[in-house]
Design a protein around this ligand. Structure first.
Ligand code: KG4
Ligand code: ZN
Length: 381
């Protein structure tokens, strides 16, 4: 089956094409199924505003999405009529941005008579380490560290996610971004701060490690950002000082993330940790986790760097895994998908393995977007 994946939740328009016959075969790694992927980042568009402007993001997704879809189909050497499903990010994210991807995906799926599969953005991130050469087996602990989320999840299988702990205030990526702003760095702050930190002198400043000894698996990052703001107000921010602050901030954030991961591994007794989301691209975090994993005797898996931040491949893969799971579970041949298209008058499920059912369906085509959506809500779905 060929699945197209569409990601438009924030400031990246991304598309990918996934082939389950290549990716899910016995003896293959899921990476083998990824036929093509393409991405347009809006970083330059939002740069002058110091952060994402939602309306501009939506408009740019409209401009970029169809050309990217064409490019991916061409590079994957596939025809749109060969698609078995269209996956799209249903949430969480910016409402207008999500609507662009969802409406294009649902329209294409409706036209082709195939299912549109709404994918949880964090489920995409969480499964993205499967795209690495050494894909982790279930079960594992996932550290999700993005611009909007910091969570530790117990992952038993596709759709089986239990929340172990999460941030009580800012997300880790948000703390990187806000601290970067305090240091006068351009958006997006995380990578810029990490680069500046390389020039910082270890030991000049030390920030608190919030909640590191709290005894639970929750996080808090807003106090760390406030500590940086207080220090910045007291020092002349010459280039060397800014680098020292960046270094000390990164050390503190990484220490907390690593300590909570080690605690989660100890508490659950699992053997594999996966790290996903934009902050997972941070090389200091990776090095510290690798060291901790070697000391505490667990394995740690990351997505390839290009699939750490938002991308279409993770949505295509998550859509493909969901579709395969649904097909396996389905007794009657009818698909139970989160983005199911229903005939509004009768409420009848109009999705089927036979595409002719779709063509006979009512012209009403419904889809959902969920700007706020908790990953643990899809447990067992
Ligand atoms: O997963 P992602 O692309 O989008 C969300 O779903 O939020 O994550 C973006 C976040 C931003 O906060 C960005 O600053 C951060 O990931 N980020 C990094 C690095 N690369 C991206 N933070 C620290 N170090 C990095 N190398
Ligand atoms: Zn993301």
């Amino acid at each position: 089956m060929l699945i197209l994946g569409i990601e438009t939740s924030c400031d990246e328009t991304a598309v990918a094409l996934y082939d389950t016959t290549r990716g899910f075969l016995e003896g293959c790694t899921p990476r083998a199924g990824l036929l093509a992927h393409a991405l347009h980042t809006q970083v330059a568009l939002h740069d002058e505003y110091g952060g994402v402007v939602p309306e501009l993001a939506s408009r740019d997704h409209i401009r970029r999405l169809l050309p990217l879809m064409r490019e991916v189909m061409e590079r994957g050497e596939a025809d749109v009529h060969e698609l078995s499903a269209v996956g799209y990010t249903e949430g969480p994210g910016l409402a207008g941005a999500l609507l662009v991807g969802a409406s294009v995906a649902a329209s294409l799926a409706f036209g082709l008579g195939v299912p549109a599969i709404g994918v949880h953005h964090l489920e995409g991130h969480l499964l993205s380490p499967l795209l690495a050469e050494n894909a982790p087996a279930f079960p594992f602990i996932a550290l999700l560290v993005s611009g909007g989320h910091t969570q530790l999840m117990h992952v038993s299988g596709i759709g089986q996610y239990a929340l172990l702990g999460e941030t009580r205030d800012d997300a880790a990526g948000e703390a990187f971004d806000k601290t970067a702003k305090l240091l006068g760095l351009p958006y997006p702050g995380g990578p810029a701060l990490a680069r500046l930190a390389e020039d910082g002198r270890p030991g000049r400043f030390r920030f608190p490690r919030p909640m590191i000894d709290s005894g639970d698996l929750d996080f808090s990052f807003s106090g760390l950002k406030t500590a940086v703001a207080t220090l910045c107000a007291r020092h002349a921010l010459d280039k060397a000082t800014r680098a020292d602050v960046a270094h000390a901030f990164q050390e503190a954030a990484v220490d907390v993330l690593v300590a909570k991961c080690v605690a989660a591994m100890e508490r659950t007794g699992l053997e594999r940790l996966v790290v996903a989301g934009g902050v997972g691209a941070n090389l200091k975090l990776r090095a510290a986790l690798d060291w901790a994993a070697a000391s505490a005797d667990f394995d740690v898996h990351y997505p390839p760097l290009e699939f750490c931040t938002d991308n279409g491949a993770m949505i295509a893969l998550a859509g493909a895994l969901r579709l395969s799971a649904e097909l396996r579970d389905s007794r009657s041949g009818a698909l139970r998908l989160s983005a199911e298209l229903r005939d509004r008058r009768s409420g009848a499920l109009r999705l089927g393995t036979d595409p002719s059912i779709m063509h006979a369906a009512s012209p009403h085509c419904a889809f959902t977007v969920r700007p706020r959506w908790d990953l643990s809500e899809i447990v067992g779905s």
